[in-house]
Design a protein around this ligand. Structure first.
Ligand code: 0L1
Ligand code: MG
Length: 273
């Protein structure tokens, strides 16, 4: 059996088809028993499919970074996903909801890489990644599970690229993370839709401090052999639970000291049409 006809390859194709058709599929775990390594292999095969049709890796993200979500999922480690150029939106721009199935939005803290990062070529990936970060910004992540009813197991969601579907970053602030004074914990985070607060949290809900996403991303990029180009965006994790994202609204996130980020949505996601 060649890899293109293997079960893992078929799962990657089914998930990719769900992305392009905006039609949710059944959870893989209902009929398949995947290991976590298998699930990351499906994610990597999905990445090959995306790049084959002209998409480009522009960053990485973590999920399950809050204690509450990790407990809910019964997991003890974060999950790692990839960000693509097709999912990058401009701050203050608009997002066409027809591109999604049943999107949700969450406020995040984002880091930017000033230099290419290849964890496997580094003697000290954690230190190198921290040194490579040149700026920080507030972010919004749009997640959109490719599974029906937004329901999944740990391996399902890893295979589905951790539900990653879109992201936007606010104004970048230059930041030197090699300074011992750098810390981003304990800042209130507000998520608003059309000016009404829909969720509040704290940057401390992201692994205690969003900075702690960096060693996790370094470790997981090494494990997955993911090389991040200069300019990559690293989404550290969500500071609140995700909120359903309808069409025809303006959503914004604000983090004191980092600023605000916003996008406007147009149209309606697939499941509302
Ligand atoms: O980015 C996230 O925090 C989401 C991780 C995947 C789980 C989900 O879709 O809720
Ligand atoms: Mg997220």
């Amino acid at each position: 059996m060649t890899e293109s006809t293997s079960p893992l390859s078929r799962y990657a194709s089914a998930l990719d088809e769900a992305v392009t058709s905006r039609r949710a599929i059944a959870q893989l775990s209902l009929t398949a028993s995947l290991t976590l390594d298998d699930a990351y292999r499906v994610q990597a095969l999905g990445s090959d499919l995306r790049t084959a049709r002209g998409d480009r890796l522009v960053g990485a993200k973590l999920g399950f970074t809050s204690k509450a979500k990790a407990l809910q999922m019964g997991v003890s480690d974060v999950i790692f996903g990839r960000l693509y150029a097709s999912g990058e939106y401009a701050d203050g721009g608009s997002v066409v909801m027809e591109d999604f199935i049943h999107p949700r939005v969450e406020p995040e803290v984002a880091f930017r890489l000033g230099a290419r990062f290849d964890a496997r070529a580094s003697a000290d990936p954690e230190a190198e990644l921290r040194a490579a970060v040149d700026a920080v910004a507030p972010g919004l992540e749009i997640i959109d599970s490719r599974y029906r009813d937004f329901r999944f197991s740990l391996t399902d969601v890893v295979a589905d690229n951790t539900s990653a579907a879109g992201f936007v970053t606010g104004p970048w602030q230059p930041s030197d993370l090699t300074s011992a004074a750098a810390r981003f914990d304990d800042r209130p985070v507000t998520l608003e839709i059309d000016g009404a607060v829909v969720a509040t949290g704290s940057t401390s809900d992201i692994l205690g401090d969003p900075l702690l996403a960096l060693p996790a991303i370094a470790r997981m990029a090494a494990a997955q052999g993911v090389v991040l180009p200069a300019g990559s965006v690293l989404l550290a994790g969500a500071a609140t639970a995700a909120v359903a994202l309808p069409g025809g609204v303006t959503v914004s996130a604000t983090v004191p000291g980092l600023g605000s980020v916003r996008v406007t949505t147009t149209g309606a996601p697939a499941e509302e049409r």
